[in-house]
Design a binder for this molecule. Structure first.
Ligand SMILES: Cc1cc2nc3c(=O)[nH]c(=O)nc-3n(C[C@H](O)[C@H](O)[C@H](O)COP(=O)(O)OP(=O)(O)OC[C@H]3O[C@@H](n4cnc5c(N)ncnc54)[C@H](O)[C@@H]3O)c2cc1C
Length: 247
C-alpha cells in the first residue's frame, strides 16, 4: 500500500495566483524509500530492456514491443496505479509519475505503447467499469497478460471527439450491442487484446464507452500501419456488425 505524502491539491490556474508554501514544494529529495526503490528498478529496466533496442522499436518490431511490455507487466510497471484488489501495485501518483517519466524518456514508440496501455487502455475499465468487468479485465491488463487500446478518434472526429459517427445498437434479444464505424490512430491496436470503443447509442447526445475483445470473429478489420516521424504503433480499425460483451 502507498506511503506517499499528502499535500493540499492546487486546482485549475491556482498555481499562478496562490501563495506557495515552501514546505509543500515537492522535490526529488522528498522521495520516500519506496519511491526511490521504484525509480531505481524502472531505470535499470529501461537501461537493460529498452535503450539497447531503440532502433528495433522505431522500426516497428511488434514482437519486441510485446515482449518488453510483458516484462514490464511482470515487473509490476503496468499495474503501478491499479488497486491491489485487481492485481496492481496500488501505488500513488509519485511512483506512477516516476515509472512513466523513465519509460517515456527512452523512446517515443515504447512510451506510446506503455502510455496507451496503462492510461487510456486500462484506466477506463478500472475507474468506470462494473465490478464484473473490473474483475474480468483489469488483473489481466495490470499484469501484462493482456494489452489494452482506446478507440475514440475517427476520420471526422479528433479534438471534437463527441462528434464521432460510430453507432451502437442493442440486439433484439437485448443481450449485446452491435457497433458499426471506423476509428483511426489507435495506439496498440496491432497487438492489443481488448479495446475501449466509443460509439453513440440511438439519439444520445453523448458517446458511450464499450469493452470489445480483439477477436476477428467480432468483425474487426485493421487498416494499414501509418508511417510517423518518431514511430508509434498507430492503426486504423474498422468495426462492422461487431457483437460486444457488456454488462
Ligand atoms: C501519438 C498519437 C497517439 C494517438 N493514440 C490514439 C489512441 O490510442 N486512441 C485514439 O482514439 N486516438 C489517438 N490519437 C489521436 C488523437 O487523440 C487525435 O489526434 C486528437 O484527438 C486530435 O485530433 P486530430 O488529430 O483530428 O486534430 P484536429 O482535431 O483536427 O485538430 C487539429 C488542430 O486544430 C486545433 N483545434 C481543433 N479544434 C479547435 C478549436 N475548436 N479551436 C481552436 N483550435 C482547434 C487543434 O488544437 C490542433 O492543433 C493519437 C494521436 C497521436 C499523435
Amino acid at each position: 500500500m502507498s506511503t506517499e505524502n499528502k499535500v493540499e491539491m492546487i486546482r485549475g490556474g491556482q498555481f499562478i495566483v496562490k501563495e506557495t508554501n515552501p514546505s509543500e514544494v515537492f522535490t526529488p529529495e522528498d522521495f520516500t524509500d519506496e519511491q526511490k526503490m521504484m525509480r531505481d528498478s524502472v531505470q535499470e529496466f529501461v537501461d537493460k530492456e529498452i535503450v539497447p533496442h531503440k532502433e528495433r522499436f522505431e522500426k516497428k518490431d511488434y514482437a519486441l514491443t510485446e515482449e518488453v511490455m510483458r516484462k514490464a507487466g511482470e515487473m509490476g510497471f503496468l499495474g503501478i496505479a491499479v488497486p491491489e484488489e485487481y492485481d496492481g501495485l496500488g501505488m500513488g501518483f509519485v511512483s506512477t509519475m516516476l515509472v512513466c517519466d523513465y519509460i517515456s524518456g527512452a523512446t517515443g514508440s515504447i512510451a506510446t505503447a506503455f502510455g496507451a496501455h496503462t492510461g487510456i487502455g486500462t484506466m477506463p475499465i478500472t475507474l468506470y467499469g462494473t465490478e464484473e468487468q473490473k474483475k474480468k479485465y483489469v488483473p489481466k491488463l495490470a499484469t501484462g497478460e493482456w494489452f489494452g487500446a482506446y478507440c475514440l478518434t475517427e476520420p471526422g472526429a479528433g479534438s471534437d471527439a463527441n462528434s464521432g459517427k460510430t453507432k451502437a445498437e442493442l440486439t433484439a434479444d437485448g443481450k449485446h450491442y452491435k457497433i458499426n464505424g471506423q476509428k483511426m490512430w489507435i495506439s496498440n491496436a496491432g497487438f492489443c487484446n481488448v479495446f475501449v470503443v466509443f460509439a453513440r447509442l440511438e439519439d444520445d447526445k453523448n458517446i458511450t464507452g464499450f469493452i470489445v475483445e480483439n477477436d476477428s470473429s467480432n468483425g474487426i478489420s485493421m487498416g494499414e500501419e501509418e508511417h510517423k516521424l518518431v514511430y508509434t504503433p498507430l492503426l486504423l480499425v474498422r468495426y462492422s456488425l461487431m457483437i460486444v460483451w457488456y454488462q
